[in-house]
Design a protein around this ligand. Structure first.
Ligand SMILES: [Zn+2]
Ligand SMILES: [Zn+2]
Length: 238
């Protein structure tokens, strides 16, 4: 049953689905998205690689890529493939100012965390955005997700990292970008214990790897990477 807050939100929000454009039914709609679209959000089929979260794994145990080149984090997991409705949701959340999607998307993060069976983290850290981009967009979507998740888990969000602008990163060749070093993410505050790093999408893994390096130097005992989605075939970090 819709709560008063939800009922109120429905009168204030646009009355068509942000994804498919259909008129929103009263029941089952959340954050301006209809129940049919929410129903199209599907998790990765089991099993997934325990090290990187890839569903491209034949049995329990790390995938070939992780066996060949172990990632720097303890484990990474995402809810589903960056495809279909899940991709649309992330894009709408990210670029159309639909920050009300943070709570339901953070629930997907929580479900992913539970499914992965990871220990309870001590701190939550969002992948930072450059201040210019943040100014343009008005918010950092990873930070909104981190705050929603931290409320669910009852652990604090620490704004541990900063992000240098592209201009101050050395080189722009693909190899340089993939080598995106931890210097792209200067530490602004120390962290402690197990840290969950939150972002919306895991693509090449280069950003998460650079942030993991920075967090380890900032005092983390270990880093788990949690994202809503991952690209179907992320490139490997060379
Ligand atoms: Zn819809
Ligand atoms: Zn893997």
């Amino acid at each position: 049953m819709a709560t008063l807050a939800e009922a109120l939100a429905q009168t204030l929000l646009p009355s068509t689905c942000a994804i498919c454009g259909m008129v929103l039914p009263w029941r089952g709609s959340r954050a301006g998205v209809c129940p049919t679209c929410w129903g199209g959000v599907v998790p990765h089929p089991a099993p997934v690689c325990p090290a990187c979260g890839s569903p491209e794994v034949e049995a329990d145990g790390p995938c070939l890529g992780c066996r060949t080149t172990p990632p720097p984090w303890r484990a990474a997991a995402s809810f589903g493939a960056y495809d279909g409705v899940l991709r649309e949701l992330v894009l709408v959340f990210k670029s159309r100012g639909r920050d009300e999607l943070a709570a339901p998307l953070a629930e997907l993060l929580l479900a992913t965390w539970r499914r992965a069976g990871w220990p309870r983290p001590d701190e939550v850290v969002a992948v930072p955005m450059t201040w210019t981009r943040r100014l343009r967009r008005g918010y950092n979507q990873a930070e909104l997700l981190a705050h929603s998740l931290s409320r669910e888990l009852g652990v604090p969000v620490v704004r541990a990292l900063r992000r240098r602008g592209r201009g101050s990163q050395v080189g722009s060749a693909r190899s340089d970008r993939l080598r995106l070093s931890a210097t792209a993410f200067p530490v602004r505050r120390a962290v402690a214990g197990r840290v969950v790093l939150v972002d919306d999408v895991l693509t090449t893994g280069a950003t998460a790897a650079a942030c993991t390096g920075a967090l380890m130097r900032a005092g983390a005992a270990g880093v788990h990477v949690l994202t809503i989605a991952r690209t179907p075939r992320p490139g490997r970090i060379p």
